[in-house]
Write a protein that binds this ligand. Structure first.
Ligand SMILES: O=C[C@H](O)[C@H](O)[C@H](O)COP(=O)(O)O
Length: 235
């Protein structure tokens, strides 16, 4: 799991605060990454105190974390609703004057396909971040999960869109990162991303793309962990 000591306390505050939104009998989407992990731990602590919830993990990592935390697990095909999803983000557009206000880039850990499925299904989607994730406009690459057979074809289409794709490499294995779904990830630089909504729709339309990390018009609330508290923003 990614860690960055300087912001760990802020991430913890955001995650723990979001966990307080979980109510008895809820079905909860459990996000991936270092910030969502704090929410999972806090939900687990509440379960130990008697809270009755079921979690839907968004990755191998969040499943493991939830099992360790003692949260009962379920799956989308076994429930008729997801009450709340709590998830992290790699970047959040924080500019009330911008159309993309509240849009996210996710997928730094390659989990964005299942995350988007669960987060978009939830009645309420809460994002947990530290202040380093806030930006006036996106300036980091967009992860695009692709079928293995499709990576060169999708890379060509991304170049047609004036993007610069890089096949994500594994740190502790020769070769590419393989997602929990058995696919590859292209990290795509677009400079600049003027219209995240338009880019999101365009990427979704490329054959071979499984899912991309632009989450536009999905977040309902963003919890920003601060030095001394949590800033709650509704969208
Ligand atoms: O694929 C990973 C997820 O989208 C994470 O939620 C995202 O990378 C943020 O992770 P962290 O809270 O560790 O910065």
């Amino acid at each position: 799991m990614k860690t960055d000591g300087g912001t760990a306390a802020a991430k913890r505050r955001a995650g723990e605060r979001a966990a307080t939104a979980v109510e008895d009998d809820f079905v909860v989407g459990l996000g991936t990454g270092s910030t969502a992990a704090y929410a999972i731990d806090a939900i687990g602590a509440a379960v130990a105190d008697g809270l009755d919830v079921r979690g839907i993990p968004t990755s191998f990592q969040s499943r493991q974390r939830a099992l360790e935390a003692g949260i009962a697990l379920t799956s989308l095909d076994a429930v008729d609703r997801v009450d709340l999803a709590i998830d992290g983000a790699d970047q959040v557009v924080d500019d009330p004057g911008a159309d993309a206000h509240g849009a996210l880039i996710k997928g730094g850990g390659g989990a964005h396909a299942r995350e988007k499925l669960v987060d978009a299904t939830a009645e309420r989607f809460v994002v947990v971040v530290d202040p380093s994730k806030l930006t006036a406009r996106f300036d980091r690459s967009v992860p695009v999960e692709v079928l293995p057979d499709a990576y060169t074809v999708v890379a060509d289409r991304v170049r047609d869109l004036e993007g610069e794709p890089t096949l994500r490499s594994a740190k502790h294995k020769d070769g590419p990162v393989v997602t929990d779904n058995g696919n590859l990830v292209l990290d795509c630089e677009f400079d600049p991303i003027d219209d995240p909504g338009h880019l999101a729709a365009t990427l979704s339309g490329i054959p071979g793309v499984v899912e991309h990390g632009l989450f536009v018009d999905l977040a309902d609330t963003i919890y920003v962990g601060l030095e001394d508290g949590v800033d709650v923003r509704e969208y």
